[in-house]
Write a protein that binds this ligand. Structure first.
Ligand code: HCA
Length: 333
Protein backbone atom coordinates (compact mmCIF):
# COMPACT_ATOMS: atom_id res chain seq x y z
CA UNK A 1 0.00 0.00 0.00
CA UNK A 2 1.22 3.51 -0.69
CA UNK A 3 -1.21 5.53 1.45
CA UNK A 4 0.21 8.98 2.29
CA UNK A 5 -2.85 10.39 4.03
CA UNK A 6 -6.15 12.14 3.57
CA UNK A 7 -6.68 15.46 1.82
CA UNK A 8 -9.31 17.43 3.67
CA UNK A 9 -11.83 19.31 1.55
CA UNK A 10 -14.21 20.45 4.31
CA UNK A 11 -13.53 24.07 3.35
CA UNK A 12 -14.09 23.49 -0.40
CA UNK A 13 -16.42 20.59 -1.27
CA UNK A 14 -17.66 20.58 2.35
CA UNK A 15 -19.05 24.07 1.97
CA UNK A 16 -20.87 22.92 -1.18
CA UNK A 17 -22.90 20.50 0.97
CA UNK A 18 -26.69 20.90 1.10
CA UNK A 19 -26.29 20.66 4.90
CA UNK A 20 -24.94 24.22 4.81
CA UNK A 21 -28.28 25.30 3.37
CA UNK A 22 -30.44 22.96 5.46
CA UNK A 23 -28.84 24.48 8.55
CA UNK A 24 -29.08 28.06 7.19
CA UNK A 25 -25.31 28.34 7.54
CA UNK A 26 -24.40 28.93 3.85
CA UNK A 27 -20.69 29.25 4.66
CA UNK A 28 -18.46 28.77 7.68
CA UNK A 29 -17.30 31.88 9.51
CA UNK A 30 -13.58 32.45 10.00
CA UNK A 31 -14.00 31.44 13.65
CA UNK A 32 -15.75 28.20 12.56
CA UNK A 33 -12.92 27.52 10.14
CA UNK A 34 -10.27 28.12 12.78
CA UNK A 35 -11.96 25.72 15.20
CA UNK A 36 -12.46 23.06 12.50
CA UNK A 37 -8.95 23.28 11.09
CA UNK A 38 -7.47 23.19 14.59
CA UNK A 39 -9.45 19.98 15.23
CA UNK A 40 -8.35 18.47 11.91
CA UNK A 41 -4.71 19.31 12.63
CA UNK A 42 -5.02 17.74 16.10
CA UNK A 43 -6.43 14.66 14.36
CA UNK A 44 -3.29 14.55 12.20
CA UNK A 45 -4.56 15.92 8.88
CA UNK A 46 -1.84 17.82 7.01
CA UNK A 47 -3.31 18.52 3.54
CA UNK A 48 -6.13 20.99 3.04
CA UNK A 49 -8.03 21.97 -0.09
CA UNK A 50 -9.62 25.41 -0.37
CA UNK A 51 -11.50 27.21 -3.14
CA UNK A 52 -9.32 28.92 -5.72
CA UNK A 53 -9.14 32.57 -4.61
CA UNK A 54 -10.35 33.69 -8.00
CA UNK A 55 -13.61 31.79 -7.58
CA UNK A 56 -14.84 33.45 -4.40
CA UNK A 57 -13.50 36.69 -2.90
CA UNK A 58 -14.80 36.07 0.65
CA UNK A 59 -13.25 32.63 0.68
CA UNK A 60 -10.00 34.12 -0.62
CA UNK A 61 -10.01 36.64 2.20
CA UNK A 62 -10.70 33.93 4.80
CA UNK A 63 -7.92 31.76 3.41
CA UNK A 64 -5.29 34.43 4.17
CA UNK A 65 -6.48 34.57 7.78
CA UNK A 66 -6.63 30.80 8.14
CA UNK A 67 -3.14 30.41 6.72
CA UNK A 68 -1.81 32.95 9.24
CA UNK A 69 -3.68 31.20 12.06
CA UNK A 70 -2.29 27.79 11.10
CA UNK A 71 1.25 29.23 10.91
CA UNK A 72 0.78 30.49 14.49
CA UNK A 73 0.05 26.93 15.69
CA UNK A 74 3.54 25.99 14.52
CA UNK A 75 2.92 22.44 13.24
CA UNK A 76 5.27 21.51 10.37
CA UNK A 77 4.27 19.80 7.14
CA UNK A 78 0.89 21.45 6.54
CA UNK A 79 0.05 22.04 2.88
CA UNK A 80 -2.70 24.14 1.35
CA UNK A 81 -4.03 23.28 -2.10
CA UNK A 82 -6.21 25.53 -4.25
CA UNK A 83 -8.97 23.81 -6.22
CA UNK A 84 -8.41 25.43 -9.63
CA UNK A 85 -10.05 25.24 -13.01
CA UNK A 86 -7.54 24.97 -15.84
CA UNK A 87 -7.56 28.75 -16.10
CA UNK A 88 -4.45 30.90 -15.97
CA UNK A 89 -6.17 33.41 -13.70
CA UNK A 90 -7.10 30.73 -11.12
CA UNK A 91 -3.46 29.61 -11.03
CA UNK A 92 -1.96 33.08 -10.76
CA UNK A 93 -4.30 34.13 -7.94
CA UNK A 94 -3.66 30.87 -6.06
CA UNK A 95 0.09 31.38 -6.23
CA UNK A 96 -0.27 35.00 -5.14
CA UNK A 97 -2.37 33.93 -2.15
CA UNK A 98 0.39 31.59 -0.98
CA UNK A 99 -0.98 28.14 -1.77
CA UNK A 100 1.51 25.23 -1.74
CA UNK A 101 -0.21 23.34 -4.51
CA UNK A 102 -2.76 23.47 -7.29
CA UNK A 103 -5.55 20.91 -7.57
CA UNK A 104 -6.36 21.38 -11.26
CA UNK A 105 -9.39 19.74 -12.83
CA UNK A 106 -11.47 19.60 -16.00
CA UNK A 107 -13.92 17.08 -17.40
CA UNK A 108 -13.69 15.37 -20.78
CA UNK A 109 -16.83 13.25 -20.77
CA UNK A 110 -19.40 13.80 -23.50
CA UNK A 111 -21.52 15.56 -20.86
CA UNK A 112 -18.74 18.02 -19.95
CA UNK A 113 -17.93 18.68 -23.61
CA UNK A 114 -21.52 19.31 -24.53
CA UNK A 115 -23.08 20.89 -21.45
CA UNK A 116 -20.30 22.22 -19.19
CA UNK A 117 -17.25 23.97 -20.64
CA UNK A 118 -18.31 23.35 -24.26
CA UNK A 119 -14.80 22.46 -25.53
CA UNK A 120 -14.10 19.45 -27.72
CA UNK A 121 -11.84 16.66 -26.46
CA UNK A 122 -8.76 17.67 -28.49
CA UNK A 123 -9.17 21.28 -27.47
CA UNK A 124 -9.30 20.28 -23.78
CA UNK A 125 -6.12 18.22 -24.11
CA UNK A 126 -4.24 21.02 -25.85
CA UNK A 127 -5.38 23.49 -23.23
CA UNK A 128 -4.52 21.23 -20.28
CA UNK A 129 -1.06 20.52 -21.66
CA UNK A 130 -0.38 24.21 -22.17
CA UNK A 131 -1.60 25.19 -18.71
CA UNK A 132 0.32 22.45 -16.89
CA UNK A 133 3.53 23.02 -18.86
CA UNK A 134 3.39 26.69 -18.09
CA UNK A 135 2.59 26.12 -14.36
CA UNK A 136 5.48 23.68 -14.01
CA UNK A 137 7.88 26.00 -15.82
CA UNK A 138 6.90 29.06 -13.80
CA UNK A 139 6.71 27.27 -10.45
CA UNK A 140 9.12 24.31 -10.63
CA UNK A 141 8.60 23.31 -6.99
CA UNK A 142 4.88 23.68 -6.62
CA UNK A 143 2.75 20.60 -5.95
CA UNK A 144 0.61 19.91 -9.03
CA UNK A 145 -2.37 17.62 -9.12
CA UNK A 146 -4.46 17.12 -12.20
CA UNK A 147 -7.88 15.40 -12.33
CA UNK A 148 -10.13 14.37 -15.16
CA UNK A 149 -13.42 15.29 -13.55
CA UNK A 150 -16.00 12.50 -13.66
CA UNK A 151 -13.18 9.96 -14.13
CA UNK A 152 -15.39 6.94 -13.76
CA UNK A 153 -17.60 7.96 -16.70
CA UNK A 154 -14.49 8.79 -18.73
CA UNK A 155 -13.32 5.86 -20.86
CA UNK A 156 -9.88 4.69 -19.71
CA UNK A 157 -8.44 5.33 -23.20
CA UNK A 158 -9.51 8.97 -22.92
CA UNK A 159 -7.90 9.27 -19.48
CA UNK A 160 -4.69 7.81 -20.92
CA UNK A 161 -4.75 10.15 -23.92
CA UNK A 162 -4.95 13.12 -21.59
CA UNK A 163 -2.75 11.90 -18.71
CA UNK A 164 -0.03 10.73 -21.14
CA UNK A 165 0.55 14.37 -22.12
CA UNK A 166 1.27 15.60 -18.59
CA UNK A 167 2.39 12.67 -16.43
CA UNK A 168 5.98 13.87 -16.28
CA UNK A 169 4.90 17.28 -15.00
CA UNK A 170 2.50 16.46 -12.18
CA UNK A 171 2.94 15.03 -8.70
CA UNK A 172 -0.49 13.45 -8.53
CA UNK A 173 -3.36 12.39 -10.74
CA UNK A 174 -6.87 12.66 -9.35
CA UNK A 175 -9.58 10.05 -9.90
CA UNK A 176 -12.78 11.82 -8.88
CA UNK A 177 -16.00 9.83 -8.90
CA UNK A 178 -17.91 13.05 -9.41
CA UNK A 179 -21.38 11.52 -9.62
CA UNK A 180 -20.86 8.54 -7.33
CA UNK A 181 -21.15 5.67 -9.79
CA UNK A 182 -18.02 3.68 -8.94
CA UNK A 183 -18.03 0.29 -7.26
CA UNK A 184 -15.10 -1.34 -5.42
CA UNK A 185 -14.33 -3.69 -8.32
CA UNK A 186 -14.09 -0.83 -10.80
CA UNK A 187 -12.01 1.25 -8.36
CA UNK A 188 -9.47 -1.56 -7.95
CA UNK A 189 -9.29 -2.09 -11.74
CA UNK A 190 -8.83 1.61 -12.49
CA UNK A 191 -6.12 2.08 -9.88
CA UNK A 192 -4.23 -0.95 -11.20
CA UNK A 193 -4.39 0.38 -14.75
CA UNK A 194 -3.25 3.90 -13.79
CA UNK A 195 -0.50 2.64 -11.47
CA UNK A 196 0.86 0.39 -14.22
CA UNK A 197 0.94 3.20 -16.73
CA UNK A 198 2.17 5.98 -14.40
CA UNK A 199 4.22 4.27 -11.69
CA UNK A 200 5.85 7.50 -10.54
CA UNK A 201 2.67 9.53 -10.15
CA UNK A 202 0.65 9.46 -6.92
CA UNK A 203 -3.08 8.81 -7.19
CA UNK A 204 -5.71 10.77 -5.30
CA UNK A 205 -9.29 9.49 -5.08
CA UNK A 206 -12.45 11.50 -4.43
CA UNK A 207 -15.60 9.42 -4.07
CA UNK A 208 -19.08 10.89 -4.02
CA UNK A 209 -21.65 8.98 -2.03
CA UNK A 210 -24.65 8.93 -4.37
CA UNK A 211 -24.85 5.12 -4.10
CA UNK A 212 -23.70 5.02 -0.48
CA UNK A 213 -20.39 3.50 -1.63
CA UNK A 214 -17.93 6.31 -0.94
CA UNK A 215 -16.51 4.63 2.16
CA UNK A 216 -16.00 1.14 0.71
CA UNK A 217 -14.60 2.69 -2.47
CA UNK A 218 -12.10 4.70 -0.41
CA UNK A 219 -11.00 1.64 1.60
CA UNK A 220 -10.61 -0.32 -1.64
CA UNK A 221 -8.62 2.54 -3.18
CA UNK A 222 -6.15 2.55 -0.28
CA UNK A 223 -5.82 -1.23 -0.48
CA UNK A 224 -5.25 -0.97 -4.24
CA UNK A 225 -2.46 1.62 -3.99
CA UNK A 226 -4.00 5.11 -3.90
CA UNK A 227 -1.75 7.62 -2.13
CA UNK A 228 -4.42 10.11 -1.06
CA UNK A 229 -8.14 10.01 -0.30
CA UNK A 230 -10.21 13.19 -0.28
CA UNK A 231 -12.32 13.40 2.84
CA UNK A 232 -14.21 15.96 4.88
CA UNK A 233 -15.71 16.19 8.32
CA UNK A 234 -19.01 14.26 8.23
CA UNK A 235 -18.25 13.54 4.55
CA UNK A 236 -19.82 16.90 3.73
CA UNK A 237 -19.70 17.73 0.00
CA UNK A 238 -22.00 18.23 -3.00
CA UNK A 239 -25.25 16.20 -2.82
CA UNK A 240 -24.92 13.23 -0.45
CA UNK A 241 -21.25 14.01 0.10
CA UNK A 242 -17.95 12.15 -0.04
CA UNK A 243 -16.00 9.92 2.37
CA UNK A 244 -16.12 10.95 6.03
CA UNK A 245 -12.64 11.43 7.44
CA UNK A 246 -13.46 9.68 10.70
CA UNK A 247 -15.37 6.88 8.96
CA UNK A 248 -12.34 6.23 6.79
CA UNK A 249 -9.82 6.34 9.65
CA UNK A 250 -11.89 3.93 11.72
CA UNK A 251 -12.04 1.48 8.85
CA UNK A 252 -8.37 1.81 7.93
CA UNK A 253 -7.52 1.15 11.57
CA UNK A 254 -9.43 -2.14 11.42
CA UNK A 255 -7.83 -3.09 8.09
CA UNK A 256 -4.26 -2.25 9.12
CA UNK A 257 -3.39 -0.13 12.17
CA UNK A 258 -0.16 1.13 10.59
CA UNK A 259 -2.23 3.13 8.06
CA UNK A 260 -3.38 5.33 10.96
CA UNK A 261 -0.04 5.76 12.70
CA UNK A 262 0.06 9.50 11.99
CA UNK A 263 -3.46 10.13 13.28
CA UNK A 264 -4.62 10.85 16.81
CA UNK A 265 -7.79 8.77 16.60
CA UNK A 266 -9.21 9.94 19.92
CA UNK A 267 -9.98 13.26 18.21
CA UNK A 268 -12.44 11.61 15.77
CA UNK A 269 -15.60 11.90 17.82
CA UNK A 270 -14.92 15.35 19.35
CA UNK A 271 -14.31 16.62 15.81
CA UNK A 272 -17.68 15.25 14.67
CA UNK A 273 -19.36 16.85 17.68
CA UNK A 274 -17.65 20.16 16.91
CA UNK A 275 -19.17 20.11 13.42
CA UNK A 276 -22.55 19.27 14.98
CA UNK A 277 -22.29 22.26 17.28
CA UNK A 278 -21.47 24.56 14.35
CA UNK A 279 -24.31 23.26 12.17
CA UNK A 280 -26.66 22.82 15.13
CA UNK A 281 -27.35 19.29 13.94
CA UNK A 282 -26.70 15.93 15.56
CA UNK A 283 -23.84 13.79 14.31
CA UNK A 284 -25.34 11.54 11.65
CA UNK A 285 -26.50 8.13 12.90
CA UNK A 286 -24.73 6.59 9.89
CA UNK A 287 -21.36 7.98 10.98
CA UNK A 288 -19.27 5.09 12.39
CA UNK A 289 -17.64 7.21 15.12
CA UNK A 290 -20.82 8.43 16.75
CA UNK A 291 -22.56 7.99 20.06
CA UNK A 292 -25.30 6.18 18.09
CA UNK A 293 -23.00 3.19 17.87
CA UNK A 294 -22.76 3.12 21.67
CA UNK A 295 -26.48 3.62 22.29
CA UNK A 296 -28.55 0.62 23.36
CA UNK A 297 -32.29 0.43 23.63
CA UNK A 298 -33.34 -3.24 23.80
CA UNK A 299 -33.45 -4.64 27.32
CA UNK A 300 -31.51 -7.73 26.24
CA UNK A 301 -28.73 -5.55 24.83
CA UNK A 302 -28.64 -3.23 27.82
CA UNK A 303 -28.30 -6.08 30.31
CA UNK A 304 -25.47 -7.61 28.30
CA UNK A 305 -23.50 -4.38 27.72
CA UNK A 306 -23.70 -3.56 31.42
CA UNK A 307 -21.83 -6.82 31.96
CA UNK A 308 -19.53 -6.44 28.95
CA UNK A 309 -19.80 -3.78 26.18
CA UNK A 310 -18.23 -6.10 23.64
CA UNK A 311 -21.42 -8.18 23.38
CA UNK A 312 -23.11 -5.42 21.35
CA UNK A 313 -20.17 -3.08 20.59
CA UNK A 314 -17.70 -4.89 18.37
CA UNK A 315 -15.50 -1.83 17.88
CA UNK A 316 -13.79 -0.17 20.75
CA UNK A 317 -15.07 3.31 20.01
CA UNK A 318 -13.26 4.67 23.09
CA UNK A 319 -10.16 4.59 20.86
CA UNK A 320 -11.97 7.05 18.59
CA UNK A 321 -13.06 9.37 21.38
CA UNK A 322 -16.60 8.05 21.97
CA UNK A 323 -15.95 7.67 25.67
CA UNK A 324 -19.55 7.35 26.83
CA UNK A 325 -22.31 4.91 26.11
CA UNK A 326 -26.07 5.54 26.36
CA UNK A 327 -28.80 3.23 27.57
CA UNK A 328 -32.28 4.46 26.71
CA UNK A 329 -34.90 3.58 29.25
CA UNK A 330 -38.25 2.82 27.66
CA UNK A 331 -41.65 3.58 29.04
CA UNK A 332 -43.38 0.35 29.87
CA UNK A 333 -47.04 0.64 28.81
C1 HCA B 1 -16.99 19.02 -8.36
C2 HCA B 1 -15.58 18.73 -8.66
C3 HCA B 1 -15.03 17.61 -7.85
C4 HCA B 1 -13.56 17.75 -8.05
C5 HCA B 1 -12.72 16.63 -7.67
C6 HCA B 1 -11.28 16.89 -8.02
C7 HCA B 1 -15.55 16.25 -8.35
O1 HCA B 1 -17.83 18.40 -8.96
O2 HCA B 1 -17.23 19.90 -7.52
O3 HCA B 1 -10.89 18.05 -8.09
O4 HCA B 1 -10.57 15.90 -8.19
O5 HCA B 1 -16.19 15.57 -7.58
O6 HCA B 1 -15.33 15.96 -9.51
O7 HCA B 1 -15.37 17.72 -6.50
Amino acid sequence: MSFKGVIDTTFRDGQQSPLMFDSYKYRFTVENKKALIYGLIQLGVRNFEFFAPNVNKSEAHDFIRIKKYVASIGIPGIRFFAHCRCHQKDIEEAIKAGFDGLNLYIGVTEYAQRYSHGMKFEEVITNVKKIIESARKSYPHIYLRFSAEDSFRTPLEDMFRMYDKVHQLVNTFGMPDTVGIATPTIVAERIKALKERYPKVDLECHFHNDRGLSLINAITAVQSGASYIDTSIWGMAERSGITSVTGLLLNLYYEDKSLCKDYNLKICYPLNVLMGSILKLQVSPTEPTSITNRTHTAGVHQKAVLNNSYVYEAHDLKNFGVDKKQLFLRRVD
